[in-house]
Design a protein around this ligand. Structure first.
Ligand code: ATP
Length: 891
């Protein structure tokens, strides 16, 4: 390679390295701002005064501030703070000259680099020799710190090398002699040193907020690493222990901490807050943040003050320059060419000064802008921070309140739980006590039970013995009982025979009493009747009755009658029925019984047979009581007999028999069978309704009366068209009445027949009996001159019926082989109850009123005759009158 080309390569390489150094310095100090292709001489000029070397050490080894300061104090190594203050080192260095100070700075830098084992250079290399040595040294230093920064560099390391450098410097100082370094008045002391362009640049760099550390920090706290206090090695601010935060918040620490550290703290806390997303900052960290922000604020205001002072200083300088310019101008007016040159130089300087002023003003303005912007930022940050703090405080307060509330709740629950536990303990204790007591009781009880069991065993044995003996006794008694039962069975066998015998005897008794009985009943005076005109003079116990003719006072007017029984006006319904009751039993024994009432209208026939309208139980007539008795006796005999009871109800009107119980409501005309069979049905076509109680019978009677009423209404309508009589229907009466102006006629009968069929449960023999309940028509004589037409015909039919009844009775009394039952429907229907073993009971009803005397006399005569007729086995208690007399009594 030719030597010329070799040199060119070397130059290019050097230029490249120089460029790298310049870029590095530009990166380290933005205000350095040198073009990368600057010449060797330009770089030399920038590095010449050594300030850059001092700044490099300060920047790359901030942790060793004290040591560097100390070294600087001793060996003119310029601390940053002094550079910031506008190259005040000369003052602090006790008046050392700038060239000496420059030299010292460079030497110290070289010594430090040397100590680090890096290639160095000579002072002469920087002044006029090979700048390449300086470039290489700086590149090595760059690379050294690059590698250091890339690793986990020990922050104490710079301190160590600084301390060692200090030692070496001390040795150098000894060699150079203290007198040259201190105590000498600088030749330029008292003069204002105009900073070079590079110095001004460095000043701006170092004046930046990052670099503006408090000078007092180094001066007053040597040996104390304040920056370490704020340096977060690992973790987060929120994780810092309170002691560490308290240490940070100490005013001493805050005052002495570098601004960069403080800003790192602010940024770190804010970064953490952002990272947390919810924005929460712990209370203590928030307090720290506030303190740090306050400190930064304080520093900024100090900086602002300082800038103002600088401004004033510059203004003063400007004025001074102005005055000098004026002076020079004055001098220039009368001077020579030399003066002219001086003037031009002066003008040039002035121009430079003005430019400097303008630039400084601009810089000041920039600084002011930066400061104001920073202030605004700080204000905004402070405001948002305060708001955030406020929110956090509110939240903290709420959280605290919530926590207090929860603590209270938990305390309350705890107290409740304790109380409950105590209760449960008490309860379980009492339970346990109870169980113990119960166990004790059970234990005792088991003991007692065992004793009882033993006793029971003993008693069981004795009971067994007893049972055995009882069984023996029972067996004996059983044998005895069987014997007695045999006797009873024999007796039962005989019982039916006895019953039949009893029935027979009973019937004989009844027959002895007479198969036809006449009971006379005198009704009481009704309201409105004259009680004084009483035709009944005497009523005897034995059936005697004395009738008085009101028109013949005295004995001539008296007439005595005798019947089976006479009931006075005061006789109750029950009294009357007592003498009828034996006949009801005869019905159940298989006999036919006919009960009818005879008498004039209004004499009480219906009252005796049925009772008054809506009767009470006491007022019930013979019909109710007879039926009640019938069913009662049938029930008492249910062990021996099974009875079936059926009811027929017919009416006889104008010699026509009508069924009153037909289902379709129509009143059918029926035929009568002249049956020769005993107990045969005389009207077989009449509806037969089974009944089981008195109420059943009464309901049927009600049905019959309803049917009859319908029939009678039709009849009434028929009659009223042709006749002047009026029909009145009474539902409780069993006949139909016609009332005229002067007398009362009855034209029909209703007959209720109760048929009884009894089956002997032992023998299977059947008994049949019947009970005729007849409410006869009124017995008044019909004045034939007063009725005509249909009424006359009806009255004639009634008279014919009663007349036929007399004929039958007459024939029976004569024991005539022919009894004229067929002469009237009444006698045909009652045929089975008139004659043979039938029993007939006639109530003769008497009205005691004087006005009814003749009717009463007629009725009594008829009844007296009837009661004297012998029916069947019954015999008349009176010897027979002439039958003709009897017939005369029949209307
Ligand atoms: N023993 C008595 N006690 C009280 N009042 C009676 C008695 N007998 C009849 N009477 C009353 O006398 C009045 C007429 O009686 P009842 O209607 O029974 O006569 P009757 O003979 O049936 O008449 P008729 O032939 O017109 O039907 C009725 O008010 C009745 O209550």
């Amino acid at each position: 390679m030719p030597p010329g080309e070799d040199n060119a390569n070397l130059d290019a390489d050097m230029a490249k390295k120089r460029s790298e150094v310049i870029e590095w310095l530009n990166g380290l100090f933005p205000d350095f701002s040198m073009a990368p292709d600057a010449s060797e001489e330009e770089l030399r000029a920038a590095l010449f005064d050594g300030a850059v070397f001092c700044a490099i050490i300060r920047r790359l080894s901030p942790g060793s501030a004290e040591e560097v300061e100390s070294l600087a104090a001793q060996s003119f190594l310029v601390p940053e703070s002094d550079i910031i203050c506008g190259f005040m080192l000369q003052v602090k260095s006790g008046g050392c000259s700038p060239s000496r100070r420059r030299l010292g700075n460079i030497k110290k830098f070289i010594s430090v680099v040397e100590h680090m084992g890096l290639p160095t250079f000579k002072v002469s290399d920087l002044e006029q020799g090979r700048i390449s040595a300086v470039v290489v040294c700086l590149l090595c230093l760059r690379d050294h710190f690059k590698s250091d920064l890339g690793e986990d560099r020990d922050t104490n390391a710079p301190a160590k090398w600084v301390i060692e450098a200090k030692k070496k410097l001390e040795a150098i100082d000894v060699l150079q002699g203290d007198s040259t370094l201190s105590g000498q008045q600088s030749p330029v002391l008292g003069e204002e040193r105009r900073p070079s362009l590079m110095e001004a640049k460095l000043q701006r760099v170092l004046r930046s907020p990052v670099m503006s550390e408090p000078s007092s920090a180094v001066a007053h706290n040597a040996g104390h690493k304040f920056h370490e206090v704020f340096q977060l090695k690992q973790g987060r601010y929120s994780d810092l222990p309170p002691a560490k935060i308290s240490e940070m918040m100490k005013s001493n620490s805050l005052d002495n901490a570098p601004t960069q550290s403080l800003l790192s703290v602010v940024n770190g806390i804010l970064d953490e807050s952002i990272e947390r997303k919810n924005g929460e900052i712990p209370q203590r960290v928030a307090c720290l943040l506030r303190k740090v922000v306050q400190e930064i604020e304080r520093r900024i205001s100090t900086q602002a003050e300082h800038i103002r002072n600088q401004n004033n200083l510059i203004k003063a300088r400007e004025e001074k320059y102005q005055s000098r310019i004026k002076l020079l101008e004055t001098l220039a007016t009368g001077t020579n060419e030399e003066t002219q040159m001086e003037k031009s130089r002066t003008e040039e300087r002035k121009k430079v000064s003005e430019e400097d002023v303008v630039r400084l003003m601009k810089e000041k303005e920039d600084s002011d802008n930066i400061v104001s912007k920073l202030k605004e930022d700080l204000k905004t940050t402070k405001r948002s921070y305060e708001q955030h703090c406020q929110q956090q405080e509110t939240k903290a307060k709420q959280t605290q309140e919530e926590l207090e509330r929860r603590v209270k709740e938990v305390e309350f629950l705890l107290a409740e739980s304790r109380k409950r536990t105590k209760e449960l303990e008490a309860f379980s204790a009492s339970k346990s006590q109870n169980w113990n007591q119960k166990a004790h009781v059970v234990h005792n009880f088991i003991g007692l039970q065992l004793l009882s069991v033993q006793e029971l065993r003993m008693s069981s044995d004795s009971i067994k013995n007893e049972v055995t003996s009882t069984q023996k006794r029972w067996s004996e008694e059983f044998t005895t009982f069987a014997q007695k039962l045999k006797v009873l069975t024999d007796a039962v066998k005989n019982y039916h025979t006895v019953l039949a015998e009893n029935r027979k005897l009973y019937n004989e008794v009844q027959e002895l009493k007479g198969n036809i009985r006449v009971y006379c009943r005198i009704r009481p005076f009704l309201p409105g009747e004259n009680r004084k005109s009483n035709t009944i003079n005497y009523i005897g116990e034995d059936g005697e009755l004395v009738l008085v003719n009101p028109s013949k006072p005295g004995k001539d007017g008296q007439k005595m009658f005798k019947f089976n029984k006479v009931y006075g006006p005061a006789a109750s319904q029950e009294e009357v029925f007592l003498d009828t009751q034996p006949l009801i039993r005869s019905v159940l024994d298989g006999y036919n019984v006919c009960i009818f009432a005879y008498g004039q209208t209004g004499s009480g026939k219906t009252y005796t047979m049925t009772g008054p309208d809506s009767p009470t139980e006491e007022e019930w007539g013979v019909n109710y009581r007879a039926l009640n008795d019938l069913f009662h006796i049938s029930r008492t005999r249910r062990d021996t007999f099974m009875y079936e009871v059926g009811v027929q109800m017919v009416e006889i009107y104008n010699e026509q028999v009508r069924d009153l119980l037909s289902n379709d409501g129509s009143v059918k005309k029926l035929g009568i069978v002249n049956t020769s069979k005993p107990n045969g049905l005389a009207v077989p076509d009449a509806s037969m309704r089974p009944v089981q109680s008195t109420s059943d019978v009464m309901n049927l009677m009600q049905t019959g009366l309803t049917n009859r009423a319908m029939s009678a209404t039709a009849l009434n309508e028929r009659s009223s068209r042709s006749h002047r009589f009026l029909f009145m229907i009474s539902y409780m009466k069993m006949n139909c009445q016609m009332i005229s102006q002067c007398c009362l006629y009855v034209f029909c009968y209703s007959i209720v027949t109760v048929h009884v069929r009894g089956v002997d449960l032992k023998t299977g023999a059947t008994l049949r009996g019947s009970l005729h309940l007849v409410d006869l028509a009124g017995s008044e004589r019909v004045d034939r001159s007063e009725v005509t037409g249909d009424r006359l015909k009806e009255a004639q039919h009634i008279n014919k019926s009663l007349s036929a009844l007399g004929d039958v009775i007459f024939a029976l009394s004569q024991k005539s082989p022919h009894v004229p039952y067929r002469n009237s429907k009444l006698t045909q229907v009652l045929q089975s109850s008139l004659g043979g073993h039938a029993k007939t009971l006639m109530f003769v009803q008497i009205n005691p009123d004087a006005g009814s005397y003749s009717e009463t006399l007629s009725t009594l005569k008829f009844a007296e005759r009837v009661s004297g007729v012998e029916l069947g086995a019954a015999r008349s208690q009176k010897d027979g009158k002439d039958v003709k007399d009897l017939m005369e009594q029949i209307p």
